[in-house]
Unconditional design. Structure first.
Length: 406
C-alpha cells in the first residue's frame, strides 16, 4: 500500500534584494529585477510503500531538507502535492517545535498534543518517552539547559513513542553518542516491523546502504535517480567524482591530496598496486592476488620502524588495517641514512573486496615504549578499483558461503 506520494512536487523561494521589496510585494507592488527565484525542489515524483525505508542523498543544497519539510507539512508546496496516509512525525533541525524556556516535560506534552493525542494518552506516552530517552531528572529542567545530545534524546523519544505511520529524520542522529544511535536504529527497526515507513536523510552512506530499501538521489532540487541502495549510491559517488574533476582535480590529484604528517626520517616516494606478474594495476578482480609496493627514502637514521597500510572504501568506511609487525615475525626495522631507495611489499594472496572504489593509506611509525610515533603517515596515497566481475554478493567483502535448503 502506498503511504506517501509526491506528484510534480515543487517549492520555490523568492529572494528579494531589499526587505522593503518583500513588504511592497505583499500589496501587489512588484517591479522587474526586484527579486530572484530559487526552486529548491521541482518536478519531483515518487511513491513510498508501507514499511519501506527510503534514504535521501545528495550534495549540500540539493533540496533534501526542503523535501522533508514538505513531507512533514512544515512548509507548503509551490506546485504539485504531497499525499500521506496516516500520521507523520519528524526530527528535522534540532529544537524545531520546542521552546527553550519550557521544560522537557512541557515540550514533550505540547509536541504530543500537536500530534493529535489527548492529555491522558500524552501522559501515558510520556512515561515511555522518558524511559527511552534516559533524561530522568533533567526532564523538568528548561530545554535551554540541555546539550545537543539531550535535545536529540528528547526529540527522538517523543517522535517515536506514539508509533507514527511515517517517521522523517534529517541527519539528526549524527549528533548522538554511539550507544543512543544504536537504540535509535533498534527503535526504527521495531517501527518497520509494525509497518511504519521511515524517510532518512544522511551523509553517512554506509548507514544508508545498510538500512534503506530504496534511495532517492537529489541534485539541485531535481531527482537524479531512485532505486536500490547499491545502484543509486554508486551513481552518487560517480557524480561526486565527476564534480571534483570539473573543479580541476584529476582523480589522481584528488586521491594524493590526503593529509600527510610525520617526523620525516623516512619518506614515501611512490605507492603502487601490482598484479601477480608485478605489473601496475588500476582495476583488480575479486579473488585475484594483489600486491602493494611502498617505495621510500631514508633521510636520517631511525630505529624501530614499522610499515603498515589501511584500506578505506571511497565513502570512508574503514575496511582493513595491517602492518608487518603484527603479521610477520614482529621485527622492527633499524634504518640508516643513505639506505635508499628502498621498498616494502605487502601481498594479499586473494583479494576479498567486492566491487567498488577504495583508497590506500600508508604508514611508517616507530617507538619502543608502546607509543607509536608517525615517521611518514600518508592518507589516501593510492586509489584502486575492484571490478564488477563478482556480482553475486553485496557489501564490502566476499565470503565463501554454503547454503543448505534441505
Amino acid at each position: 500500500m502506498t503511504v506517501l506520494s509526491a506528484q510534480d512536487l515543487g517549492k520555490c523561494y523568492e529572494i528579494y534584494h531589499h526587505p522593503l521589496q518583500r513588504v511592497w510585494s505583499k500589496f501587489g507592488g512588484r517591479k522587474p529585477g526586484e527579486r530572484d527565484v530559487l526552486w529548491a525542489v521541482r518536478h519531483l515524483y515518487f511513491d513510498v510503500e508501507s514499511g519501506a525505508t527510503v534514504g535521501i542523498v545528495g550534495p549540500n543544497g540539493a533540496g533534501k531538507s526542503t523535501l522533508l519539510r514538505l513531507l512533514v507539512g512544515i512548509t507548503h508546496p509551490t506546485e504539485g502535492a504531497v499525499y500521506v496516509q496516516g500520521r507523520v512525525t519528524g526530527i528535522l533541525e534540532l529544537g524545531i517545535g520546542f521552546h527553550p524556556e519550557f521544560s522537557g516535560r512541557d515540550n514533550a506534552l505540547m509536541n504530543l498534543a500537536l500530534q493529535g493525542f489527548d492529555r491522558d494518552h500524552s501522559e501515558q506516552l510520556l512515561v515511555e518517552a522518558t524511559d527511552f530517552s534516559g533524561l530522568g531528572k533533567f526532564l523538568d529542567r528548561p530545554l535551554k539547559t540541555y546539550s545537543t545530545g539531550m535535545q536529540l534524546r528528547l526529540a527522538f523519544a517523543v517522535a517515536t513513542c506514539g508509533n507514527p505511520d511515517v517517521l522523517v529524520i534529517d541527519e539528526a542522529l549524527a549528533v548522538g553518542d554511539t550507544a543512543f544511535q544504536h537504540r535509535c536504529l533498534s527503535r526504527m527497526a521495531e517501527l518497520k516491523q509494525k509497518g511504519a515507513t521511515v524517510i532518512l536523510v544522511s551523509h553517512d552512506l554506509t548507514t544508508v546502504r545498510h538500512m534503506c530499501s530504496q534511495v532517492l538521489l537529489l541534485d539541485a532540487g531535481q531527482p537524479k535517480a531512485m532505486g536500490t541502495p547499491d545502484e543509486v549510491l554508486d551513481t552518487y559517488l560517480k557524480m561526486v567524482r565527476e564534480t571534483e574533476q570539473r573543479m580541476g582535480l584529476s582523480e589522481r590529484e584528488d586521491v594524493t591530496s590526503g593529509a600527510r604528517w610525520g617526523s620525516g626520517e623516512v619518506c614515501f616516494t611512490e605507492i603502487e598496486a601490482l598484479n601477480d606478474d608485478g605489473q601496475p594495476l588500476v582495476m583488480a578482480d575479486t579473488g585475484q592476488p594483489i600486491c602493494f609496493r611502498l617505495r621510500y627514502n631514508v633521510q636520517s637514521a631511525v630505529k624501530g620502524v614499522v610499515f603498515g597500510i589501511g584500506i578505506y572504501r571511497s565513502d570512508g568506511a574503514y575496511v582493513h588495517g595491517s602492518n608487518h609487525y603484527w603479521r610477520d615475525s614482529g621485527e622492527r626495522l633499524n634504518l640508516e641514512a643513505g639506505d635508499s631507495p628502498q621498498e616494502v611489499m605487502c601481498k594479499i594472496p586473494r583479494l576479498t573486496l567486492l566491487p567498488g572504489t577504495y583508497d590506500l593509506s600508508v604508514y611508517a611509525y616507530h617507538g619502543y615504549d608502546d607509543v607509536p610515533r608517525p615517521v611518514d603517515h600518508w592518507e589516501r596515497a593510492l586509489r584502486f578499483k575492484v571490478s564488477e566481475k563478482e556480482t553475486g554478493q553485496h557489501g564490502i567483502v566476499y565470503m565463501d558461503t554454503d547454503w543448505n535448503l534441505k
